[in-house]
Design a protein around this ligand. Structure first.
Ligand SMILES: *Cc1c(COP(=O)(O)O)cnc(C)c1O
Length: 392
């Protein structure tokens, strides 16, 4: 059989430190590697595979698009799916306009350009982001990412981006100098270590933005689309952003993202000012409608209940291993177990025992399973984490 891992190592640019596992097929929340080993998947392709694997509705919709004979045309014309996808997002979110792209970073690039364009009439170009944030790896989104480890070696980054301290309103106020056009934040920081924003902090940032005519951008690439128990995580806080970015789960595994404008940010771009060849791809758009059908049909709410159940299970693990675990954080099915032992050691032991988990930040074990995960699978996953921690 082909040694895929060896072939990858010989031919890929060395940007990843991938684990030596190659997947063959998957079903439900189980994935199977090329050796036939089965894993419960608490990674879900990094919060992408919300509907799990071998999903009948995804299969049917894909065939339906395939029957038309194309996946892609271009934005020189329209297709039958992207208009419906945009309409659905606007209806469910209460937003006004959608720009489609292909990745989280690209959606954030669109948001950054929209913010700069919005500020340009008043000569304001400064964007406030936050410590420990993550917004992607393209130059604009890399600059928005408030972690030096990602920027090191790639300076100079994009000018006029400054960083406030997450969950500290005073640090935001200290940066207001009349030149700020936007504030971008993750309502729950993902890559930074599963760190939720306080409700009062989020509402305080909203008030500042209203008072100073600043656009509030929520990067919901990871925490959006049902993961927190609501379809959009801003629903937890009683406020709305001016721009929201979505990606990861949006295309059910096909690259797809959206930069979504609410009232205040509508009408910023004129024809020719922004574009993406693949943006609004027919297959990706069609699959996003499958996701919304499920989310609106109760999946988001279910995810909230299952998240509460997983949280309880992780809290029991944390209590039992008090010396190795310091906290359980997060919302819904976006949870982190903060460790005093290296996450990589726990991840490797879990993998041997048939559980996929990943890390976030330097110390956190991250749980972002398919939203369709069952209670029994949650129990099995928690007991594997318990076993792995016992061995360390
Ligand atoms: C993953 C992620 C991104 C980047 O998405 P890509 O599709 O990898 O470009 C941006 N923001 C957040 C919050 C993310 O979790």
């Amino acid at each position: 059989m082909t040694d895929y891992i060896k072939t990858a190592k010989e031919n890929f640019m060395h940007t990843y430190s991938s684990q030596d596992v190659c997947f063959d097929h998957a079903d439900g929340v189980m994935v199977y590697d090329t050796e036939g080993k089965a894993y419960i998947d608490m990674v879900a392709g990094i919060a992408v595979n919300a509907l799990g694997y071998n999903n009948e509705k995804i299969r049917k919709r894909t065939m339906e698009v395939l029957e038309d004979g194309f996946f892609h045309q271009s934005n020189l014309y329209y297709n039958k799916w992207a208009p419906l996808a945009a309409e659905r997002i606007n209806r469910v979110a209460g937003s006004r306009e959608v720009f489609f792209a292909n990745s989280g970073a690209e959606a954030n690039e669109a948001a950054l350009k929209a913010a700069r364009k919005y500020g340009s009439k008043a000569g304001r170009s400064k964007v406030i982001s936050f410590s420990h944030s993550f917004h992607g790896r393209t130059y604009g989104s890399l600059t928005l990412t408030g972690q030096q480890k990602y920027q090191k070696g790639f300076y100079p980054v994009v000018p006029d981006v400054v960083y406030a301290e997450y969950n500290c309103l005073d640090s935001v106020k200290a940066l207001l100098d009349g030149s700020v056009c936007a504030i971008i934040m993750e309502p729950i920081q993902g890559e930074g270590g599963i760190i939720p924003a306080d409700g009062d902090f989020i509402r305080g940032v909203r008030e500042i933005c209203d008072a100073e005519d600043i656009l509030l951008i929520f990067d919901c690439v990871q925490c959006g689309l049902g993961r927190t128990g609501k379809i959009f995580c801003f629903e937890h806080y009683g406020i709305k952003p001016d721009i929201m970015t979505l990606a990861k789960a949006l295309g059910c595994g096909i690259p797809f993202s959206a930069c979504v404008a609410f009232e205040k940010a509508a009408g910023i771009f004129s024809p020719g000012e922004h574009a993406s060849t693949f943006g609004g791809n027919a297959l990706a758009s069609a699959l996003s409608l499958v996701l919304f059908d499920e989310l609106e049909g109760g999946l988001a709410e279910e995810a909230g209940k299952k998240g509460a159940y997983l949280r309880k299970a992780l809290e029991a693990v944390a209590e039992k291993h008090g010396g190795k675990c310091t906290a359980v954080r997060g919302m819904g099915l976006m949870l982190g177990l903060d460790l005093t032992v290296p996450p990589s050691a726990v991840i490797a032991r879990c993998r041997e025992k048939g559980l996929l988990v990943c890390s976030a930040g330097y110390t956190v074990l991250r749980f972002i399973p398919p939203l369709i995960i069952g209670y029994d699978e949650i129990d099995r996953a928690a007991s594997i984490v318990d076993e792995a921690l016992s061995e360390l």
